[in-house]
Design a protein around this ligand. Structure first.
Ligand code: AMP
Length: 420
């Protein structure tokens, strides 16, 4: 061990576990790539104001969890705590919404940073794959995103996850509900900070995890009773489309989520094997966000799925991903001349698209064969002085144990044939 360790709340991903993370990212993004979503990458940091306005001044993310910094030039930046505000900012900046092709469908994958109290499944550096569909109001688009996330989790072999669904209303009905809720909340016995929250973002008080607060909320007015007809119809259509697609969901009228920008459809994916940090992903519609960050009206919907927690969910369900061995052929040279020759064969194999590795460092046969085994390679190539004198290499099938001499000049072609 060195003098240094990974910072608190972070961890390193090393082989073999890192392969699972790559597979998770691949599995989550595959359905998106097959559904017209284009890849977008944005900087790891943004102007702090983007998140203050976009995520919400009153959210925990902005008030407590952002890593902010002042550059030597005096710019106020923040490491990105989430993806949506950045992606929308980038789409607007690139005028993607003006190309006459709405919705603009984008997917991303990257690292996010929140200064949270670390615990199992909650880190200060974590990774997400996300999707945003910008500029269109259509219940089928909300349904599409939920169906694609469901497809992604299922393709990984996950079964013990649930989809929670709610509608938060729109700019017509939400303010009416907000006021009714505020009137109710102001009469409760709450601490100063929560009282402040009532005035800034009362819906988030419903999200309070404390039992004494929850007890007082039993008779709180319900958003469902305040939804306008347009919101109700929209929500019913999303539900009908999910049902028609065979995607099971649970109506959860308590679901408000920790970000300010959501309107109408909101959803969360929870996994029952993860303890308190059970949300593996979440998202929803954010029709007002574009205007909040200075853009035109662009109703949009998106989600972000946590890669770390998806990997934990796989472990909780004991799902073994079918990860193909990364090496197909392992070459073991015995002696100087063989080293040069087999290194040449390995290079030739790699250029032909065959995954090959080599026993570096002039190791003995026994140790080198151990590495060959560990690599998971289907075939090993072994050559010593006598083989070279005869113009052959020994080709061993690691599954059957069979070994045969193959002319050196034909080794690569023979392997290509056998590996199909
Ligand atoms: P959120 O933007 O908070 O809804 O986050 C979306 C998803 O990202 C969550 O459902 C988690 O899977 C993941 N996530 C959020 N915060 C963390 C964290 N601190 N550590 C690990 N995963 C996280």
């Amino acid at each position: 061990m060195s003098t240094f360790q990974a910072p608190k709340g972070t961890y390193d991903l090393t082989p073999p576990r890192s392969a699972t993370f790559l597979a998770v990212r691949e599995a989550i993004s595959a359905p998106l790539r097959d559904s017209g979503y284009g890849y977008i990458e944005t900087p790891g940091f943004e102007n702090v104001e983007l998140f203050a306005r976009g995520v919400g001044e009153s959210t925990d993310i902005v008030t407590k969890e952002m890593y902010t910094l002042t550059t030597k030039g005096g710019d106020q930046l923040a490491l990105r705590p989430e993806g949506t505000a950045s992606v929308l900012r980038a789409a607007l900046e690139a005028n993607l919404h003006k190309a006459g092709n709405l919705p603009v469908k984008l997917w991303y994958s990257g690292s996010y940073y929140r200064y949270e109290r670390p615990q199992a499944g909650r880190y200060r550096h974590f990774s997400q794959v996300g999707a945003e569909a910008i500029g269109t109001e259509d219940p089928a688009l909300d349904a599409e995103l939920i169906i694609l996330a469901d497809q992604a989790y299922r393709s990984l072999g996950l079964r013990r996850f649930r989809i929670l669904l709610n509608s938060l209303g729109d700019k017509e009905c939400r303010p009416v509900y907000r006021e009714a809720l505020q009137t109710f909340l102001r009469d409760l016995d709450l601490d100063e900070e929560t009282r402040r929250r009532i005035e800034i973002n009362p819906l988030r008080v419903l999200d309070d995890k404390r039992a004494d607060v929850q007890k007082q909320l039993t008779d709180a007015p319900k958003l469902r009773d305040y939804l306008c007809d347009a919101c109700k119809a929209y929500h019913e259509e999303v539900r009908a489309l999910l049902t028609a697609a065979g995607v099971a969901f649970e109506d959860d009228e308590k679901l408000v989520r920790g970000l300010d920008y959501y309107t109408r459809t909101t959803f969360e994916f929870v996994h029952d094997g993860l303890g308190s940090q059970s949300a593996v992903g979440g998202g929803g519609r954010y029709d007002g966000l574009s205007e909040m960050i200075g853009g035109p009206e662009l109703p949009s919907v998106g989600w972000a799925l946590g890669v770390d927690r998806t990997a934990l969910a796989l472990e909780a369900e004991s799902v073994e991903l079918d990860l193909p061995a990364t090496t197909s052929v392992y070459a073991v040279p015995l002696g100087e001349e063989a080293r040069r020759v087999l290194f040449g064969v390995v290079t030739e194999l790699r250029r032909a698209g065959i995954a090959a590795d080599f026993a570096f460092g002039g190791r003995g046969l026994k140790g080198a064969m151990k590495s060959a085994n560990r690599s998971g390679a289907r075939y090993t190539l072994v050559a010593g002085e006598r083989d070279l004198a005869e113009g052959v290499v020994q080709l061993k099938d690691m599954e059957s144990g069979e070994q045969s001499a193959v002319p050196l000049a034909e080794a690569a072609a023979e392997l290509a044939k056998r590996l199909g």
